[in-house]
Structures are given as C-alpha cells and as structure tokens.
Design a protein around this ligand. Structure first.
Ligand SMILES: [Zn+2]
Length: 391
C-alpha cells in the first residue's frame, strides 16, 4: 500500500478522470490570444470561470489594453512554495491559408488536437488547470503552497513574467515548473539569447575612389565576422550543443557607385551555460575601439534582448523525484535541453531556484502551421504534476 497523504492515496491518481483537460484546452485555443495584440484578459476570464466556485486566492495583474496575467494560490501546510508558470499568449497565425484546419477551432482528429497554441503552450496551461482543479475538488491541502501563474506576453516583452518578479510573488518558491512543449520529456537546460542591433557609420565617396571614404557595409560585415571569431568556440553543452551567432538582418547603401555611409545589421547570438553575456558585450566594445582606430568607422551596439542560458543539476532532489515518477509510469526517461528561451530566463536568475521545463506537445511544433498536440500528453503532464505535488 502506498502511504496516504491527506487521505489521498497518490497511486489512485493512475485512475483519475483527467478528461477535463480536453475541454479546457479546446476553450483556451478557441480564445484567440495572438500576440500582438495579446488580449490575454480573455484567456484569464476563461481560466477564472473554472475556479469560480472554489475558495482560493485569485490575483489578476492588469496590464491594460485587455491584457492581463493571473496567479492562483492554493495554501499548503508550509509557506514554502512550488510554482507552475505558463504563458497564455501565442504567436500570431501568419499564413492562415496554409492551415488544414481552422487554427482557432480546436478540432480533435484521432489522437491530436489542432490549433494555434495547442503545443506552445495552451496544452501545458490546460494541464496546470486540470491539476489545480483536482487538488481543489478533493480538498487536498498540499505540503507546500502552490502557485499557478498564467502570464501574458511571453512571446514578446514578457509583461507577465516581469510583473511576477516585480511584485515578489514567488519569493518563497523552491521549485518551478515551466510546462512549455518538451514532448513530455524533462527539460533541464535552455539556451540563452543575446540580440544585438549593430550600426556602422562610415564616410561616403565615389566608388571609383574607395580610399576617400569609409565603407560602412564592408566594416560592419568584417566587425561581425571578428566578433563571431572572438565569441564562438568548439565548447559543447551535453544537452544543448554549441553556441551560435547569426546575422539575421542587414541594411545599407544607396547606390552601386557610392561607398555606403551607413549600415545596420542584427545578430542573434544563442549561448550555452557557462557563456557570459557581459563578457560578449565587453569583447564587442573592445572590437569597436579597434575598428575605429583602424578605419575610422563608428560602430554602435544596442542590446535588443538579453536572456541568460539556464541549467539545473540532474541530481537536484526535485529532478530525482520527477525521474522516479517517470519510471513508475514508464514515461520517456530521456532528458533534454531547449534551444529556445522561455519565461524561465526572466524568472530563474531572479529567484535562483531549480526548475524543470516539461510539458505536452513537441517543441518542433511551436510557432508552426498546423500546430497540434497529442491529447494524451496533456493528461500525462497533469498526472506528473499531481504525483509531484502529492508524493
Ligand atoms: Zn512558449
């Protein structure tokens, strides 16, 4: 016999009717929260409807313009807390004609549910709601206080995550779940992102006499190549592979026969644990000096996005506990790293606590046309949440 906790045998979770997650996910997908503009307040209303009859702390963070985040607090025996953080916005549907099914219809075909956000990450949010409802329906008082946080604007500036940090809501948190799509595998690391907007200011001249000018395009290209040489190496993280730096946009010049005075480029740098963004900026600033001395070009850098790489130790107690649950249910035991950043990149550095990225849907489905998620994986995720809470 498994030990009873608060009168609930955790093992009975195996027989739980978790089918409610289907209906919840359908409602969430049918509530359009493409960001921009977001309209996350509509999703907050859908979520609040489910919790109307329960007595628990419900806090809406209003961001204005029909945008809001929400956090629910289920008081536990201890003030120490576990937080579940899921974003309720989605990326926009770019190419509606390319979808075989309406992206906001939430049609179920076979094992899958289709729609914008089904993987990234309304599936994970539905699993959070399902788990919370189960706790409340069964009058379970969890050992630790539970926070279920539904954030706005993750796909852009991160309004919701920033508000959670600013209001210091998660100060007693000991472990964080981020149910982004990982195909129900445990995600123990994510790449950092450093986006640079680089401008070069040279001197125009007739292109037949290039020595009279300073070529902004030649210089910006050579600057970025030098920067890549300085910051990239063969170092590999066991889950994330190597860091990268890619020129993603470039503009400059006005005419074939004029040495360009101005050029502008953006570079998307993705980093692995151990890479320090401050050091990258420092190296870039030194190169700026060098280029100015050498050719007279004025280079400026603006940081457009700065999110550190993250990792959690495999021998962290929480991760060990999750691995045990995975083994009991014979879930895929492989761990993984995520190439993209999540809300964790804004929250973890502030709280400095262990975390896991774990949720239904494949990460390869995020932001894709015909986005879909296996319904079973939403239930599996809710199951793992409940086991973790109750064990
Ligand atoms: Zn996401």
């Amino acid at each position: 016999m498994a030990a009873l906790f608060n009168g609930v045998d955790p093992m009975t979770i195996k027989d739980l009717p978790l089918n409610k997650s289907e209906e919840i996910l359908q409602k969430l997908i049918r509530t359009n929260t493409e960001n921009p503009p977001g309209n996350e307040k509509d999703a907050v209303d859908v979520i609040l409807d489910y919790f109307e009859k329960y007595d628990l702390e419900k806090n809406i963070i209003d961001h204005g313009d029909n945008r809001a985040s929400l956090y629910l607090k289920i008081k536990g025996i201890s003030d120490k807390s576990i937080a579940f953080i899921g974003h309720i916005d989605t990326v926009p549907v770019e190419n509606k004609d390319g979808w075989e099914l309406d992206p906001f219809d939430a049609k179920i075909v076979g094992d899958y549910i289709y729609g914008r956000g089904s993987a990234d990450m309304k599936g994970g949010v539905a699993a959070m709601i399902t788990a919370a409802l189960h706790i409340l329906d069964n009058n379970i008082i969890p050992k630790k206080t539970l926070y279920f946080c539904f954030t706005a604007d993750e796909e852009s500036g991160g309004l919701g995550a920033k508000a959670l940090i600013k209001e210091n809501i998660l100060k007693n948190t000991e472990f964080i779940f981020i149910p982004e799509p990982t195909g129900c595998q445990l995600g123990l690391a994510e790449k950092g992102a450093l986006w640079l907007k680089i401008t070069a200011h040279g001197k125009p001249a007739h292109a037949s006499m290039p020595d009279n000018g300073v070529n902004a395009i030649e210089n910006i290209f050579s600057f970025i190549s030098s920067l890549k040489n300085e910051i990239l190496d063969d170092k590999k993280h066991y889950l994330l592979g190597k860091s990268s730096a890619e020129i993603t946009t470039i503009n400059g010049g006005i005419k074939t026969n004029i040495i360009p005075e101005l050029a502008e480029a953006t570079v998307d740098i993705r980093t692995i644990p151990g890479d320090k963004h401050d050091l990258i900026i420092e190296k870039a600033n030194k190169l700026i000096e060098k280029f100015k001395e050498k050719s007279g070009v004025e280079i400026r850098i603006k940081i457009e996005n700065n999110r550190p790489p993250l990792k959690v130790k495999e021998n962290d107690d929480n991760i060990i506990k999750l691995k045990e649950i995975f083994a009991d249910y014979k879930f895929n035991p492989n761990i993984k790293g995520l190439n993209f950043y999540t809300d964790a990149s804004q929250i973890i550095p502030e709280l400095n606590c262990p975390f896991v990225i774990f949720g239904p849907g494949e990460d390869s489905m995020a932001h894709q046309t015909n986005e879909k998620t296996k319904l079973k994986s939403v239930k599996e995720t809710a199951r793992v949440f409940l086991e973790y809470i109750l064990r």
